[in-house]
Write a protein that binds this ligand. Structure first.
Ligand code: FUL
Length: 392
């Protein structure tokens, strides 16, 4: 899917803070111009395929009227306690034809039973069941490891519920994950970033590795999460200066999607329940530039085997190649080179290892009539579903 949009919204939005302690009054929650359709349209318009909403962050405040606690929208003045943020965002996603997922923090600073492992497992699984059963198909369930260092939850039961009610949902980084954390909050993947792994970091705040249950599949692609305002997942007043630059976002794209991973970019709705214009404008500027660069290939092809040629009508300037492997067959390519033909000679442009779902290679502009992909190591016949050249 390549592109997902994260929305961090909750009691923190009204308190100028990132991590509430679970003591902020629900009375503060009052997004008077709340507009889920606008959030989702913004994501859709920018070309994003899915949305993840923080149904409950570490402070324990629930954005849906859960039966498990009063610490929720039910106790807020918003819509006289009759509102449901999760419902509105889920419905907007359905209307816009974009997929929807939820973040439910295991760490809960409000819930009095949190220290009692068994009681909290019951509480948490009840919350999760509400989310899994009442809001339509979910694309992903985001289990955040922050704050849970050293804590064992009943993962077998938790994952059992996901499998029972949302068997197609991706599971993020905990229990029996199907998608893993890339290991930083900068939105960038190392290269190569293979889709197979046996572990990943638990969170930003510890060097511990997440303890995955033994039946975790080895195929656990990485998701690169990053906020559009540096180090700000939630909205804060007067911090427009933290908005990432266009160049920074483009670099993030090359190093996440361009390294074969999913990018999960966070936009933080403000205390009126709207997106700030400057964030939306920067997002559109960013995605317009990506579309400008990568919508019109000079030529494209596909094929199988050790050498694939991409031939142009006449000699032309080229400075990018986008490769895509048919990863339904696995990541077979282990190393490759790209070469351009000039006066009968093959000149090396790039050496790479993983191609995976997508690899974006950028190189010095060269004028050529043809480019060749040579797969130098592979574990089986390379299946290249797309090989495109661009001049950006
Ligand atoms: C982290 C959290 O502590 C941050 O607040 C944020 O939710 C980020 C996506 O994950 O672990």
């Amino acid at each position: 899917m390549e592109l997902g949009m994260f929305f961090h919204f909750g009691i923190n939005t009204f308190c100028d803070q990132e991590w509430g302690k679970g003591q902020d009054s629900p009375q503060l929650f009052n997004p008077t111009e709340f507009n889920a359709r606008e959030w989702v349209r913004t994501a859709k318009h920018a070309g994003f395929a899915y949305v993840i909403l923080t149904a409950k962050h570490h402070d324990g405040f629930c954005l849906w009227p859960t039966k498990t606690t009063d610490y929720s929208v039910k106790s807020s003045p918003w819509k006289n306690g009759q509102g449901d943020v999760v419902r509105e965002v889920a419905d907007a996603c359905e209307q816009e034809g974009i997929r929807f997922g939820v973040y439910l923090s295991p760490w809960d600073l409000h819930e009095p039973c949190y220290p009692d492992k068994e009681a909290y497992d019951n509480f948490y699984t009840e919350q999760l069941t509400e989310l899994l059963t009442q809001y339509g198909p979910l694309v992903e369930v985001w289990f955040d490891g922050a704050g849970s260092h050293g804590r064992e939850y009943d993962w077998r039961r938790i994952i059992g519920l996901v499998k029972q009610y949302q068997p197609d949902a991706m599971v993020f980084n905990m229990g029996i994950p199907t998608i893993r954390w890339v290991g930083n909050e900068d939105g960038v993947a190392p290269y190569p970033c293979w889709n197979t792994a046996e572990s990943a970091k638990l969170s930003m705040y510890t060097n511990d590795m997440a303890t995955w249950l033994p039946e975790t599949p080895k195929w656990v692609p990485a998701e690169c999460d990053v906020p559009i305002r540096t180090n700000r997942w939630f909205w804060h007043p007067n911090d427009e200066h933290t908005l990432r630059t266009l160049d920074n976002l483009i670099d993030i794209y090359y190093r996440s999607v361009g390294h074969g991973c999913n990018l999960l970019l966070n936009l933080a709705p403000n205390d009126r329940g709207r997106l700030d214009d400057i964030d939306v404008n920067r997002l559109n500027e960013f995605m317009n530039e990506i579309k400008r660069r990568f919508s019109n290939p000079i030529a494209s092809t596909s094929g199988e085997g050790d050498a694939i040629l991409l031939t142009f009508e006449t000699a032309i300037e080229v400075n990018h190649v986008v490769l895509m492997e048919a990863i339904t067959e696995g990541e077979r390519v282990r190393s490759y080179v790209l070469e351009a033909e000039q006066e009968g000679q093959w000149i090396e442009l790039v050496q790479g290892s993983a191609i995976d779902h997508k690899k974006i290679d950028k190189f010095e502009t060269i004028c050529t009539k043809q480019i060749r992909l040579r797969v130098t190591t592979s574990v089986d016949t390379a299946v290249i579903r797309n090989f495109e050249a661009y001049y950006c």
